[in-house]
Design a binder for this molecule. Structure first.
Ligand code: CP
Length: 309
């Protein structure tokens, strides 16, 4: 039986193209399972998983919880705001208390980059990074690449554009690693103030002209402008951002080819994309959400295979 090369999923940077293909092939099976009338399998019946979220989430939290329940795992949910973290308990103490209740795996979202890697060194459980600050969001990148593969047949050779707030985006970084590992070409577009200085050293090109970038790509991934991470103002106003980088149906219809539109969510409708684009036949945004459950089932299944029992 093939297995992952790592004991945790901390980031796409730390896994191999073979790992990604393995996750995809298992996710293909789970996608079939979750579309059956009986959507549940007993695979993780004796595994307990804690979802610990120190930051807000809709898609990732619900998707992991559903993936765990579809696999018949026992699930506990922890939200920092309603916990003893507010009384000053440390991350390691908090998680060790959760693990003392015989928990096997921890899915964690945290506002600080490196939190998942730190936790993996200090506690005895499999750790899945559900987003750590502006660092990585590995399951988002996996479900994005899986959705491109589903829509276009393959990721290899595809031209993928990522637009917007690259500086604050864990989705962008994980997508760059994932798409490149699968043989896609990646370009970035957005305000120069939202492009990290190092980003071209990762082998991506920056195309400052949004129209040219759209003409180049097969797929465009429209990132959310992350107001909550912007203490400084990186562009004059949202209106000006939208005028320069917002995707409208008019722009899409004026291109001489069809492109696939993605968004990791949550969408700021009328900012990154208009509603008629988000809800159009070009958009695979809800397919991304559906595929997220199958991808997370695959990741949890493969990491659970590594638990010594
Ligand atoms: N895509 C994503 O991570 O969404 P949430 O913040 O709602 O989990």
């Amino acid at each position: 039986m093939a297995e992952l090369s790592t004991d945790h999923l901390l980031g796409i940077k730390y896994i191999t193209p073979k790992d990604i293909e393995l996750i995809f092939s298992i996710a293909d099976n789970f996608k079939e399972v979750i579309n059956r009338p009986i959507k549940k399998v007993p695979t993780l019946r004796d595994v307990t998983i804690a979802n610990i979220f120190f930051e807000n989430s809709t898609r990732t939290k619900l998707s992991f919880e559903l993936a765990e329940k579809r696999l018949s795992a026992d699930v506990i949910n922890f939200s920092a705001g309603a916990s003893s973290v507010t009384k000053g308990e440390t991350l390691v103490d908090t998680v060790n208390n959760i693990l003392a209740m015989k928990t096997d795996m921890v899915v964690m979202r945290h506002p600080n980059a490196g939190a998942a890697a730190f936790l993996s060194k200090h506690v005895d459980a499999k750790i899945v990074n559900a987003g750590d600050g502006a660092h990585e969001h590995p399951t988002q990148a996996l479900l994005d690449a899986f959705s491109i593969r589903e829509k276009l047949g393959d990721v290899k050779g595809k031209k993928v554009l990522i637009v917007g707030d690259i500086l604050h985006s864990r989705v962008a970084l994980s997508n760059i690693f994932c798409l490149q590992k699968l043989g896609a070409e990646v370009r970035l577009c957005g305000p120069a103030t939202l492009m990290p200085k190092y980003i071209e050293s990762l082998g991506v090109k920056i195309e400052p002209d949004f129209r040219k970038a759209l003409e180049w790509c097969d797929v465009t991934n429209m990132l959310r402008i992350q107001m909550e991470r912007q203490e400084t103002k990186y562009f004059p106003s949202l209106r000006e951002y939208t005028m320069q980088y917002g995707l409208t149906k008019k722009i899409l219809d004026s291109l001489d080819k069809e492109i696939v539109v993605m968004h990791p969510g949550p969408i700021n409708r009328g900012v990154e994309i208009t509603s008629d684009v988000a809800d159009s036949e070009h958009s695979i945004i809800l397919n991304q959400v559906e595929n997220g459950v199958a991808i997370r089932m695959a990741v949890l299944y493969l990491l659970a295979e590594k638990i010594k029992r």
